[in-house]
Design a protein around this ligand. Structure first.
Ligand code: DQA
Length: 141
């Protein structure tokens, strides 16, 4: 499958950002280990702090013929109707991931305005959440 991982704002410095919450592992080497673990999949990666860029990337997934998107929209998960509408506008299945267990954190993180338009949500398994999301896309349909 051709897969696209999209990381939203403040997810470019995983490994250094609040490591007690997000862990000590940098995302880039983790991404390499994911690619090795799933040689059968082409895994592309995009990170942006900007809502509009994330919206554009989600739209481009159809023309670029992706089979699935793994989306960690960061704090936009709790607020972005634009990203929600972008997910709703495409046929490519989207699995939302969170590194942390958002339900064990502040109340504002309990609301997710994008999740209802996704195939599913995986939250709280550290960077393993991305691996589980890739596995789930195999049966997401
Ligand atoms: C996050 C959870 C969000 O609440 C937060 O704003 C993030 C990261 C996670 O992966 O746990 O930036 O999406």
């Amino acid at each position: 499958m051709k897969l696209l991982i999209i990381n939203g704002p403040n997810l470019g410095n995983i490994g250094r950002r609040e490591p007690e919450i997000y862990g000590h592992e940098d995302f880039e080497p983790f991404l390499e280990s994911l690619r090795k673990e799933f040689p059968e999949h082409e895994i592309q990666y995009f990170q942006s702090h900007h809502e509009g860029e994330i919206v554009e990337k989600i739209h481009s997934a159809e023309t670029e013929k992706y089979d699935g998107i793994i989306l960690n929209a960061g704090a936009y998960s709790h607020s972005s109707y634009s990203i929600r509408d972008a997910v709703a506008a495409i046929k490519v299945p989207v699995v939302m991931v969170h590194i942390s267990n958002v339900y064990a954190r502040e109340n504002f993180r309990h609301e997710n305005v994008i999740a209802a338009k996704c195939k599913g949500v995986i939250t709280g398994f550290g960077l393993k959440s991305y691996e589980l999301a890739i596995r789930s896309l195999s049966f997401a349909g």
